[in-house]
Design a protein around this ligand. Structure first.
Ligand SMILES: CC(=O)N[C@H]1[C@@H](OP(=O)(O)OP(=O)(O)OC[C@H]2O[C@@H](n3ccc(=O)[nH]c3=O)[C@H](O)[C@@H]2O)O[C@H](CO)[C@@H](O)[C@@H]1O[C@H](C)C(=O)N[C@@H](C)C(=O)N[C@H](CCC(=O)O)C(=O)O
Ligand SMILES: Nc1ncnc2c1ncn2[C@@H]1O[C@H](COP(=O)(O)OP(=O)(O)OP(=O)(O)O)[C@@H](O)[C@H]1O
Ligand SMILES: N[C@H](CCC[C@H](N)C(=O)O)C(=O)O
Ligand SMILES: [Mg+2]
Length: 485
């Protein structure tokens, strides 16, 4: 146990010191003999309340900020200033500091994390490396898929996964770093060789309180990068430079608009893909949308900073497709309606996707958008996203997207509040998502475009803590078949 505490600031220590540790947990319900239980102060409750339960279940070590009034003999108690931070260091030590044996690259920003991390993973795979991926969609060790529960897992799970990657012979790992992860110390004890910043726009203000706190959370990731790492930022984003203000890492930039370490120029954004000039060379990509030009440039830059050969990187990138549920087309066989599944669940993402559709559509094509907003998440996004949907579409169907523990009708009322009076005739509200997609397909004429936004790769609809199977892509396909018979 002492070895695990090497990097931890300890306030006080009580009970046995030579306890063998077999496992770590942050959930009292999993505690058992040989376990270290971390009492964490959470958003919903306080792990300290469950210390007696963990002890009762036989936990050998308790890591806490406040000691319980009564200490049980036979149990070791370690008091620390911050249990989350202690957990990060102990988890890294317990799993043998796997990040030190990998070229670990972290991606942070409001949108584009999954896309960049996935593209970088695919690129490194094609370059011949054994590579791991930690992302919202899924975790991967080379091609082996391990389901993901979070964008960035907790420090225990995270180090466990990284250790499995090392064991499998991976030399590289690409991961998303969410703002929650930075604040909760999920990535605190990891050693990164590089960090990528995509952009910063409105999201998660429910959790962080203010935009400034949200910015500080993301910036915290760069503030902790070591001198040996690179920090690659989007120079075209308003917050791109500020992100790197206090980093010790080597500062590098990418831009579509001005001079930067990695310079791109948009030549064409078309239905068959992007045509870009990258560092003076013209390249055709399969990804669509200006936002993907940024993602491609970020991934290209990261690969070059990792020491890869630029020409080879561009050749591979030009052939890659996007991550699942990111601007993913679903075509109808008969009426040639183009369905697009996209994970746009923030105002900025929705605006970008609709702008991309505006760029590539024919004048005769109508755009019908199905969109909802998640429950128990930032409510401020709701009216804005409904309004953006109206501005970028001919018809809009407002619907539910993981209402969680909120009333779906109340979420929809908040969305409707953002619809301008003159747009009301073009908006329908259908709480049942399946019915909403059916209606959108019904509204579409031949060759029109149906955008189904918000859920992307998700295969469930979460209501009152229960996840019922729901896959936008599958439902859209079904509706095409049903209505085209
Ligand atoms: C708001 C948030 O981030 N919550 C995460 C947080 O839980 P929490 O601090 O709220 O936990 P809590 O319920 O208050 O409980 C406090 C502590 O008591 C413990 N407990 C509780 C009950 C009990 O009987 N025994 C017990 O020991 C809990 O295990 C916990 O350690 O820490 C948990 C362990 O790491 C996470 O699973 C949990 O994620 C929840 C499920 C979640 O929905 N998180 C989302 C918001 C999230 O993290 N999203 C980000 C970003 C998404 C993106 O934009 O890409 C992500 O990285 O996924
Ligand atoms: N660079 C970008 N800038 C703005 N919007 C983007 C960018 N890349 C992707 N998007 C949009 O944001 C959506 C989410 O993209 P992606 O899943 O890559 O982001 P993310 O940061 O991983 O999101 P999450 O925080 O939910 O994990 C996409 O479906 C697309 O609509
Ligand atoms: N990482 C985001 C995903 C949102 C996806 C959307 N479908 C929703 O449920 O709100 C979050 O947890 O806020
Ligand atoms: Mg993601």
């Amino acid at each position: 146990m002492f070895a695990l505490l090497a990097d931890v600031t300890v306030t006080s220590q009580h009970g046995p010191t030579d306890v063998p540790v077999q496992a770590l947990t942050l959930d009292s319900r999993q505690a058992a003999p040989g376990f270290v239980f971390f009492a964490l102060r959470g958003a919903a409750t306080d792990g300290h309340l469950f210390v007696p339960k963990a002890v009762e279940q036989g936990a050998s070590v308790i890591i806490c900020e406040d000691l319980p009034a009564e200490l049980q003999s036979g149990t070791a108690y370690v008091q620390v200033p911050d249990s989350g931070e202690a957990m990060a260091h102990m988890a890294a030590a317990f799993y043998g500091h796997p990040s030190r044996n990998l070229q670990l690259i972290g991606v942070t920003g409001t949108n584009g994390k999954t896309t960049c991390a996935t593209l970088l993973h695919k690129l490194l795979r094609e370059l011949g490396y054994h590579t791991g991926l930690l992302s919202t969609v899924q975790n991967q060790i080379d091609e082996q898929v391990i389901p993901a529960t979070h964008t960035t897992p907790d420090a225990i799970r995270l180090n466990e996964l990284l250790a499995r990657m090392v064991e499998a012979g991976c030399t590289h790992a690409c991961m998303e770093v969410s703002s929650h992860a930075v604040v909760q110390h999920r990535v605190t004890a990891l050693r990164f060789v590089g960090g990528i910043f995509t952009n910063l726009t409105h999201d998660h203000l429910d959790y962080h309180g203010t935009f400034d706190n949200y910015l500080k959370a993301k910036k915290g990731f760069f503030d902790r990068l070591p001198k040996s790492a690179f920090a690659l930022t989007n120079a075209d984003d308003k917050r791109g430079i500020v992100m790197l203000q206090n980093t010790a890492a080597r500062r590098e930039t990418y831009s579509l608009r001005s001079a930067a370490t990695f310079r791109g120029k948009l030549l064409e954004n078309a239905v068959h893909g992007l045509h870009l000039e990258v560092d003076g060379q013209e390249v055709q990509f399969r990804l669509i949308g200006v936002f993907n030009a940024y993602n491609l440039l970020a991934v290209y830059g990261a690969a070059v900073l990792l020491g890869e050969e630029p020409q080879e990187v561009l050749t591979i990138l030009s052939g890659l497709l996007s991550a699942p549920g990111r601007f993913e087309p679903v075509l109808s066989a008969h009426t040639h309606v183009t369905g697009i599944i996209d994970y746009a669940h923030t105002p900025d993402a929705l605006e970008n996707v609709l702008n991309t559709i505006a760029d590539i559509r024919q004048p005769s094509q109508q755009v019908i958008t199905v969109v909802g907003c998640g429950g128990n998440r930032d409510g401020g996004k709701r009216p804005i996203m409904a309004n953006l949907a109206c501005q970028g579409s001919d018809q809009v169907v407002l619907t539910s997207d993981n209402p969680r523990f909120e009333d779906p009708l109340e979420i929809l009322r908040q969305m409707q509040a953002g619809v301008k009076a003159q747009d009301l005739p073009r908006v329908e509200t259908i709480p049942d998502r399946r019915e909403a997609i059916r209606r959108a397909v019904e509204l579409a004429g031949p060759n029109d475009i149906v955008l189904v936004a918000g859920k992307g790769h998700e295969t469930y609809q979460e209501v009152q803590g229960v996840r019922a199977e729901f896959d936008d892509k599958q439902v859209l396909r079904e509706m095409f078949e049903l209505l085209e018979k």
